[in-house]
Design a protein around this ligand. Structure first.
Ligand code: GZL
Length: 325
């Protein structure tokens, strides 16, 4: 009887193990920020395009709708389901130590993608993303080049508070602004990376400071810039090459179209096409290779036609036609 029982248990174990690899696909759990912007939608689509079954993956991507607690809960679910890899795009930099320790203790490789966390790099396998501080510096350096010493009153529509994108871009821009006593940053409010958020903040800025109260609006992403334009259109305030200076980030296709049209004067890229880089990191880890602690996704800046610049690329139809997203 005992022999029969042992045989049945062994058979179940073998069948169980076989079923886990029956499809031979690597189970990838991706905890995504949300669906707040065109950039985010391009990033999500890119993961679905890359992590396909034909490529050997079973991707479960969770849109956490800007809810940090939901992100933590979904990571814990991926641990319970014993996923092969967990990819996290953290809504905010804070509050990740405990859950990253749980992932590590479960022996599941963890990749931080796009945005970054405050947690020690010892708590995750590797990170892939852009340099948000450098993006902010590029915007500041371009503005300094464009203004050529002229005074400027600056309003900022920030990205989601606590996100590494908003923190980095502010840090980089403010570092350059500190070198320009002729600049004054009048106000800085959170527009949540959405068009509606950008419009609401800009409406409040116009109400508070009036048309003559500002010269420059720095928007932490294209959707906020579109909202700011909506608000200025409604108030009859001109922007662009002969109006208020709008600086934006992301350089999505629509954002670069509006830069080409001279509505946005400077647009600093943040490349959402990151899935192949993450996939290559996973393949290297699968092959037992060691990977760098951080893989930089390169980006650059653009400005409207008719503006000379040594800092960013001047937009043209050819530049726009050559863009991949
Ligand atoms: C930046 C990314 C930001 C984009 C926004 O890497 O996390 O979040 O700039 C997006 O458009 O919402």
């Amino acid at each position: 009887m005992k022999k029969l029982l042992a045989l049945v248990i062994a058979l179940c174990l073998v069948l169980g193990a076989a079923s886990a690899f029956a499809d031979g696909l690597l189970k990838i759990g991706y905890v995504q920020v949300g669906h707040e912007s065109d950039w985010r939608m391009a990033n999500t689509q890119n993961y679905f395009d890359v992590f396909t079954k034909d490529a050997g993956f079973e991707l479960e991507l969770i849109d956490c709708d800007n809810d940090h607690a939901l992100q933590l809960a979904k990571v814990r679910e991926f641990v319970q389901k014993d996923f092969d890899y967990i990819v996290i795009d953290p809504i905010q930099t804070a509050g990740w130590d405990d859950v990253l320790k749980e992932v590590q203790e479960a022996g599941i490789p963890c990749i931080i993608a796009d945005r970054s966390v405050d947690a020690s790099p010892d708590l995750y396998t590797t990170a892939v993303g852009t340099d948000m501080t450098a993006e902010g510096e590029t915007a500041g350096k371009w503005l300094a080049e464009y203004l050529g010493g002229k005074e400027a009153k600056i309003l900022v529509i920030e990205g989601s508070t606590g996100s590494s994108a908003a923190i980095g871009r502010s840090e980089g821009f403010n570092k350059v602004a500190a070198e320009h006593k002729e600049w004054t940053i009048i106000d800085s409010q959170d527009g949540d990376f959405t068009q509606n958020g950008g419009q609401q903040v800009m409406e409040s800025f116009i109400k508070t400071y009036g048309e003559d109260g500002f010269d420059v609006v720095v928007c932490h992403n294209d959707n906020e810039a579109y909202g700011a334009m909506d608000a200025m259109d409604a108030a009859g305030i001109k922007y662009g090459v002969d109006g208020k200076i709008i600086i934006s980030f992301d350089a999505t296709h629509e954002g670069l179209q509006r830069t080409l049209d001279g509505k946005i004067l400077c647009n600093v890229e943040c490349n959402p096409i990151q899935a192949v880089i993450v996939m290559n990191v996973i393949k290297a880890l699968q092959a037992g290779e060691t990977v760098e602690k951080f893989t930089l996704v390169p980006d650059e800046g653009f400005c409207a036609p008719g503006i000379e610049s040594k800092i960013v690329t001047v937009m043209s139809d050819e530049v726009l036609a050559g863009r991949k997203y």
